[in-house]
Design a binder for this molecule. Structure first.
Ligand code: SER
Length: 316
């Protein structure tokens, strides 16, 4: 990868992936794009940026030509809960963006990373240690767009030689940019509220287990899959990856080790609860471990220590 386009650079993952990629590939080789949300100064001042509507294939093509792009990280998506509030918008943004990336990289046989998600699974999927290859009948528009995106990426690889690869991310926990409109967002908000008010009201029930990962591991996964030796890849789109699985009670207990007065209560959101119940409790990511050496660094305890420290410093 020589010149990398990051689409959605103002978002939760993009805002941390851009500096991470720039450290590896050089500031001028990573072009950060945004549309309506402006980029943070650390990104716009450190390297090239472009304003671009990723649902417009032509304007994406102009940026690709201008910067001689040969790899795209496509991070634009309307997440699960927000998608249920506006399914046509979710379908349009999620699908058109993915399609435009793949279609535009056909000519140069470039690389495309589009994350899939635990949201690609559904109620008929085995929920514990969910296998890499299994039943995928999601019940959210977000999940349907993720499954379609996985298939489309494999199609462009087989038919046109686009180097399309991806991972199925679990809930991503981070402290730079808030996630927007996901079912797993509670696991980010809980740290902010623990620091600010020593109290959090969960919109998911006790006992709702979901896979999660700390941002440093998510960034490493995104780069490692794209740098992996293609000869060793049996799968491409997309690999199960996880770092931990917990429910609201377990994350609250981890926080209480550092903030003993922390209180968790509940006000269940039926839309988010139904989505969470249709997703795995825990994924089996042994294919990612075997095919490209995936191994997360952070567990719940080490992530909690780092999150509390970083969020406290940020809120000061
Ligand atoms: N974090 C996403 C969501 O909750 C899952 O990929 O929608």
């Amino acid at each position: 990868m020589k010149n990398i386009l990051v689409i959605g650079a103002a978002g939760q993952i993009g805002s941390e992936l851009v500096p991470y990629l720039r450290k590896i590939y050089g500031d001028n080789h990573v072009i950060a794009t945004f549309n309506r949300t402006p980029l943070p100064a650390e990104i716009s001042e450190a390297g090239p940026t472009a304003q671009m509507n990723a649902t417009d294939g032509n304007s994406m093509y102009q940026v690709i030509k201008k910067y001689n792009i040969d790899a795209i990280y496509n991070l634009v998506a309307v997440l699960s809960a927000k998608g249920e509030a506006n399914p046509p918008l979710s379908w349009k943004i999620n699908m058109e963006t993915t399609f435009n990336c793949l279609e535009n990289m056909k000519e140069v046989k470039g690389a495309v990373f589009t994350p899939s998600s635990i949201g690609a699974f559904g109620l008929t999927t085995p929920q514990d240690q969910t296998p890499q290859d299994t039943i995928m009948r999601p019940s959210t528009i977000y999940g349907i767009s993720k499954v379609a995106g996985e298939l489309l990426a494999d199609y462009y690889h087989l038919k046109y030689g686009v180097d399309a690869r991806g991972v199925r991310f679990p809930g991503i926990i981070s402290n730079v940019t808030m996630p927007g409109g996901g079912t797993t967002d509670y696991a980010v908000e809980i740290y902010y509220e623990a620091i600010k008010n020593q109290k959090y009201t969960s919109n998911l029930k006790a006992g709702t287990f979901l896979d999660m990962m700390y941002m440093p591991d998510a960034l490493a996964a995104a780069v490692q899959i794209m740098e992996a030796d293609p000869a060793k890849l049996i799968h491409r789109n997309c690999f199960n990856v996880t770092a931990m699985s917990f429910d609201p009670e377990i994350i609250a207990a981890a926080i209480r080790k550092h903030i003993p007065e922390f209180v968790l209560d509940y006000n269940v959101d039926p839309v988010k609860q139904a989505i969470a119940e249709s997703w795995p409790n825990s994924m089996d990511d042994s294919c990612a471990r075997a095919e490209w050496g995936w191994k997360p660094e952070y567990n719940l305890e080490t992530m909690t220590i780092d999150m509390l420290e970083k969020v406290a410093a940020k809120l000061k």
